[in-house]
Write a protein that binds this ligand. Structure first.
Ligand code: NI
Length: 135
């Protein structure tokens, strides 16, 4: 089994809040992340595909192809967007790193042509990231 990873970045804004709670209750849970007018992040994602090397190509997956799949299905939908309002696959979700990551996974899971999607990491800051492996 071999693991191949592609890193991509996007910038987006969000406000972390539960619309069923008051601003005060949201502030108690989420602090400044719930500030009413939102804030931005430069996000990094790392998409790892796992599988066997193709003996004809020497590749698990062509990274140019993987890059294109990630850009078309994820980056183009998230970059320079408001994650509370603009993104179909995040509608009705609180746009925490966890929920954004599950949405990204669902965008990519059935679009990897060689090997299988093994893990995705989403970095919200240099020090904070979440990882998902599909279960
Ligand atoms: Ni934030």
């Amino acid at each position: 089994m071999i693991y191949v990873t592609r890193r991509e970045v996007f910038s987006a804004s969000h406000r972390i809040y539960n619309p069923n709670l008051s601003d005060e209750e949201n502030f108690k849970i989420y602090g400044k992340c719930s500030n009413p007018n939102g804030h931005g992040h430069n996000y990094t994602i790392e998409v790892t595909v796992a599988g066997e090397i193709n003996s004809d190509t020497g590749y698990l997956i062509d990274l140019t192809q993987l890059k294109k799949i990630i850009r078309e299905n994820v980056i183009d939908k998230l970059d320079h967007k408001n994650l509370n309002l603009d993104v179909e696959f995040l509608r009705d979700k609180i746009p925490t790193a966890e929920n954004i990551l599950i949405g990204i996974w669902n965008q990519l899971a059935d679009k990897i042509p060689a090997g299988k999607l093994y893990s995705i990491k989403l970095y919200e800051t240099e020090n904070n990231y979440v990882e998902y492996r599909g279960e």
